[in-house]
Write a new protein. Sequence first.
Length: 370
Amino acid sequence: MRIGFNARFLTSPDLRGFNRYTAELARALAATGRAEVVLFSDGPIHPAHGLSSLRAVVAAVRPQFRWQHLWLPAQIRRERLDLFHAPAHWGIPLRCPCPCVATIHDVADREMPAAPRGALAVVARHAFEEALVVRRARRIITVSQWSAASLRRRLGVSRDRIAVTVEGAAAAFGPVAPERVVTARAEAGLPERYFLYVGGFEPRKNVGALVRALAALPAEERIPVALVGGDRGGAAALLGDAARAGVASSVLSLGLLDDERLAALYSGALAVLVPSWVEGFGLPVVEAMHCGTPAIVADAASLPEVAGDAALTFPPAEPVVLARHMARLAGDPALRATLAARARERAARFTWARAAEQTIAVYEEVLGGS
């Protein structure tokens, strides 16, 4: 089958979030030999995504509305697609010449209505795109049972139109040789024992809980938390909070890292910390699993569902409980070993190959009913 992907987000080198899902799923679908994937973008696909073997149809049409709703349908027709997939929430044309599928990872803005929403024009555009997907997509894929329930509750999408698929970990995430862990740790300026946070700094990520948890611990029990993420402003704000709380020396910002360095730091960490209020999936949990590293996650949204028995959980409004878990895991090697073994076992459930097979099943169901 010939599948088109809205890949306009892949002009950025960012390897997180929607970009990670789009690139990894496109690659995994092509690897099955059952789907020919064509990428559509309004700029060159960044080489960081490693998709040069896939056909890309690119045109710098502006504004974005014109690209999506006028240029894109014409290209879909010209490429003789069987199905078009918008993998990053929105992005299907108003009048698509073939059946459409969309992936909505979560509706975090609906689950956290007090969070900042940006300029009115942006909010209006997102509302239009949301309504378009809900109305026109033959199936809506999402990445957890929690997100599926959220789509039904918040957007009124019927159960029979939602399909749940997994996400996976990129090829770099797996067991790392101890000497490589030592090298990566030294390059990052980290001590032998540390916790790891990977992600953004928006309100739903609840990163302030990390500072409050450190502040709740006696100084002699504090083990540093290393932050990995590209939001320099968000990291700087958190470092400021840490300084005011008297724990500045226990919060280290590393910026963005490539997959190889990140895999090494996952492998060396006591645990990955995920304190979010809302996550549609929680990819760092799965990346850590593939590296044999346990997690401490908020007991919220999809996180317990994904982490299963390979994590300790805490209420996201109670950083004192997070602090207790950090101290417990740091002081109990047997507990960490047990959770790490569970993480390695559970990782097999979350692969991009499995995600591709599940997604092809959705495509076949849509095309069979066309």
